[in-house]
Design a protein around this ligand. Sequence first.
Ligand SMILES: [Fe+2]
Ligand SMILES: [Fe+2]
Length: 327
Amino acid sequence: MSLDSSAPATEQQFFAIFLDSLRLDAILDFDLYIEQGPEFILYRSARLPFTEKTRRMLLENNTTRLFVSTDSRQSYQHYLECNLPDIVQDSSIQESVRGSIVYDSAKFLVKDLFAKPSLVENVRRGQELIESTVSFILSSDSAISCLLQIMAFDYTTYTHSVNVCTLSLALAQFIGIRNPSELEALGTGALLHDIGKTRVGEPVLNKIEPLTPDELFLIKRHPQWGCELLQKSNLLAPESYYPIIQHHERMNGSGYPHGLGRNDIHLFGRITAIADAFDAMTTEKAYRHAIDSYPALKEMFAEEGAFDPELLSEFARMFGPSGLIDD
Ligand SMILES: [Fe+2]
Ligand SMILES: [Fe+2]
């Protein structure tokens, strides 16, 4: 049994979960394993309630992480999503652990969303996850910095979506937006901003060589395609479409799909544009090395008139000594 993704397909594989993600007395739909040397040993069978006694015994043995078979990933994810509203509000769980649980859960949900973007159920799950995320970030002043520090810097469409959502919510909160429904509308749109890329296709998205004009044409359709896909579910607030349709628009009119000018781009579009460009620069990609936050911000300031100058200054301040991240 192995955690190594390069292990033979027949071998059972596992992923680590936080002990704190398990609610007491919950009936679980998946087996729990513990790590013993190179082996993973069955610790508790599915459908046995997870009791206070079990939890105490594990903690006495300094076990804060358990393991679940990758075959049960969907069951664990379903359990997590059902319990996330309680987990994010549970102050007995360390804030950084709650943040990691939210982040990991979002990453897996986005995977499902990208696999079936027009499935109403998936969109609804995305909205519920954002509700929990917003309730987490409004629960304390330090919660959003916690999420910013957890962000992964290896680029995948999934981590990018979650990062853009996190950065957008962080900037919105930093400029004083504290209304939950506003933050939820922004967060949902930001999480789904690139969903239209599912129609572009992997070969074009992962191409290392320069794109042909036809391929570029396809790429530039993704904001509209995203809106089309999501309109089918009819679940999103009207404001959630701004991050999707406008995240590649630029204040100087050089963006796409509509080449809008400064007065025509909604605040949510301007916020997501900054979050999207910043994450694209600071994460590692096949065709581009990641750069640090400071040079990325410098590059964005140098793109004259592309981004909302006041928002960009606030975004930079957010990463500075008086901002959310002080290291
Ligand atoms: Fe995009
Ligand atoms: Fe993006």
